[in-house]
Design a binder for this molecule. Structure first.
Ligand code: ZN
Length: 145
């Protein structure tokens, strides 16, 4: 990932807390693939913005606002992953990389439209099958690397 944004941090922290019950700077650094120094800087910033609390021995926690925002960001990430899968991406790493690249450009309306599309496909497996077989007949040129 290129330099992670505040949104990436919030999403990561929210998810780490869901999974492990806590999020230490080292966990966040691993999760985002960055150095601990940049994590400390961003933790300070998120603290100033009222998204998280930090206590030396108890570690960090999201505030109500941070939790709300983190969950929204996580849901956006999930919706975009499902969308990419429906349109034919089948490589998990590629899906993840693509979502991380595009997620910041999607606002609530764009997201709702994508979620509706994914939901429609789920509720109409016959349409999804037709779409999948059509896709097989119209292969895309795979990205290299
Ligand atoms: Zn994400």
């Amino acid at each position: 990932m290129s330099t992670p944004s505040q949104e990436d941090y919030l999403e990561a922290i929210w998810q780490l807390i869901q999974q492990k019950g806590y999020a230490r700077a080292a966990d966040i650094a691993d999760y985002l693939g960055i150095s601990r120094a940049s994590v400390s800087r961003m933790i300070r910033k998120l603290h100033e913005n009222g998204q998280l609390t930090y206590e030396r021995y108890r570690g960090l926690n999201l505030t109500e606002a941070g939790r709300y925002r983190g969950q929204r960001l996580f849901e956006r990430h999930q919706a975009l992953s499902r969308f990419l899968e429906v349109i034919g991406f089948d490589d998990r790493v590629q899906v993840l990389k693509t979502v991380e690249g595009i997620e910041h450009f999607f606002g609530p309306e764009e997201l709702q439209r994508i979620e509706r599309f994914v939901q429609f496909m789920r509720e109409h497996p016959e349409v999804q099958l037709t779409w999948q077989s059509w896709q097989r007949g119209h292969p895309v040129e795979k990205a290299r690397g």
